[in-house]
Design a protein around this ligand. Sequence first.
Ligand SMILES: *Cc1c(COP(=O)(O)O)cnc(C)c1O
Length: 822
Amino acid sequence: MSINLKNLIPVLDAKWIGSDADVFVDHISIDSRSLQNGSKTLFFALTGVNNNAHLFIPELIEKGVQNFVVQYIPENCNGKANFLVVKNTLKALQEFAGYYRDLFDFPIIGITGSNGKTIVKEWLNFLLSPDYNIIRSPKSYNSQVGVPLSVIAINEKHNLGIFEAGISTVNEMSKLENIIKPTIGVLTNIGSAHDEGFENLEQKIKEKLLLFKKSKVVVYQKNALIDKCLIQFSAENHLNDRKLFSWSFTDKSADVFILKKENKTTFTHIEYQYKGETFDLEIPFQDSASIENAISCLLVLLYFKYDFDTVQSRMEMLYPVEMRLEVKNGINNCSIIDDSYSSDFQSLKIALDFLESQKKNASKTVILSDIFQSGFSNEELYTKVAQLITDNKVNRVIGIGATISSFAAKFSNITTFQNTAEFISKIESLSFNNETILIKGARSFQFEEIVSLLEEKTHETVLEINLDSISHNLNFFKAKLNPGVKIMVMVKAFGYGNGGLEIAKLLEHHKVDYLGVAFADEGISLKNGGIKSPIMVLNPESTSFPSIIQYQLEPEIYSIKGLNAFLKIARERNLKDFPIHIKLDTGMHRLGFEENTIDELIATLKGNSTVRIQSILSHMATSDEMKHYEFALSQINLFEKLSSKLISELNINPIRHILNTSGISNFPDAQYNMVRLGIGLYGVSNDPSEQKYLENVSTLKSIISQIRTIPAGDSVGYGRRFMAEKETKIATIPIGYADGISRLWGNEIGYVVIKNQKAFILGSVCMDMLMVDVSEIDCKEGDSVIIFGESPTVIEIAAALKTIPYEILTSISQRVKRVFFR
Ligand SMILES: *Cc1c(COP(=O)(O)O)cnc(C)c1O
């Protein structure tokens, strides 16, 4: 890409503020963290309800970025870079993408529907790639932001595009249509996903069909309502020569009629009728969603007039699609990003950004296979790849494959191998340790073998943490705050059991104002992990004051004794204005200065310059229980009174804060200058009407170790607490009370979920294992088991065990491996 900014001014309806606009850019970015940002980058400063990329502009200018699309010019930036000022930067990004799309004229497949978009896109890419240079949206980039970014990656070498478009409410699709302008439309299916955003099914279908406004053909599963909408749509838009290309299991009038669908042991046999002839097809899947997705792909191949042998031979090679980049713990303290299913230039760029944002170790390694279907000559391609690797400051590259090996000279730090087997035979000598490793290769290289060798072998239980859901929940609560109110996020107790450092890193990226931990140790390990945000320590012991000072942590001071002890150490070190936080006891009666100690507190602090009162806080005992509403108000009133007294008598201007998660929801008038978010970040609310807007963050998963069937009269587990009344099929799961599963959850009170079905726990939970009833579930050893997550939820488990979700989350033992993903 090479774009002259001069031409963009009218396209974006922008005001140019800067030097001569005759400047070329070749890279578009919205991610301030990307190491790919440089002097040829055009940075779009997007603003969400809570995220404002304008804040990063000074940093980016320092890093050499010169050109920005903004809604306003941030303070002190005028004259330091070029600015295209627009009303709305997201709209500008979309308009830019639409303009850019029009520079190219080749067939583009647009995919939408409720499910299966990403799979159909990946499969079509696989099926068509032997014959085309394809540009496709990476992963599931299908949103208002993802679609423009995908389209902007088109270059002059491509000759087919495959993009997906996802919407959650009305008026979104026409914007996406304007960017993708697909010439071939694929509607995967219409399910109930995102139904909230639409009045009814018909409205939802009509909205989705807007993607196909200019499509010459629409592929879909025949259905009376869709037919009606499509015909109406074609008439309204005068699309007389548009082809409707449908398939069906039941309706013979469809263009492709599926005569027979037979599940075999490892595949499905399909017989279909097309143009009066009958053909066979084998698909290596058995579940109905995969079969429907494969048939959508079949229709596209038929539309492209492939012969039936080619269709058959390619379709039987379809493979499971990995939907996300996963971060895994590796051997020797490495961490691994597994992207072992694709290799193309665009997805490499994305994976490198992900590597930078996720790296736990300073040293970065990329294991990369030959790259296919770029359209560029190998010479051009590997020059670009080597440059990209350099820009991303990758410490070492391992190239696997004949082609990348032959271009080794282009890379400054590469070790090459002819194929995966040769690499594996030498893996010991490469001594991987303390590095973050991106494993990225085309399917044919079978890099999953490398992943399994480099992955740390622990037992099969993991706690999966969805970082995107954390961001979502953070934004949900931020949206409740009055302008200017700061946010402290509590990451105590290892991020409520979810992993302190990883979550703190994400929060730092979201620019939360403060982090809160319970003990100094927790703060020290965050600082050692590179966290720069201010950290308040709720419960500092006097013995930890020296390390609090050394690590620049900020203590909560809750007693005169503690204050004097801290002052003594601080004076010995000649500190000035060291930030401390004054905790007031307004009724919780846990920690804090009581009303009758305030005068002494004031006397001690008056005229003092050793410490600075950074904030005054208190904690509510009943913010989650409306039956104690009056008590809660009395706490807020006392907080107002005592903090005001401190402020006026000491003549200070501290941050004041009293609300925790449920306080944010229930006492919006008491936000003061900051709130302290805890459990809500991790997806739990005390209010069911609010709960539905939060996303589940943690999923505790395991696998089935063994399955057996026992006859009536036999028992299961210690103390024979389960006696089988009939023949019972049981599965053993390697997780027990030492992992944090309460014994009270055993004996058929609790259950796990296997293949979307409940399997009740039989007998007592053991230390490292539990047994469940799978009599009615079609499952096998090695199958995945959900202990909690979407279902059962921690809220449900807590209710059954007469405790609170906090205890369930924080009880999960540290021996359970944490896996973070987006
Ligand atoms: C844990 C804690 C919070 C956060 O509480 P949630 O109910 O999880 O939001 C806030 N303030 C203090 C003092 C805490 O100890």
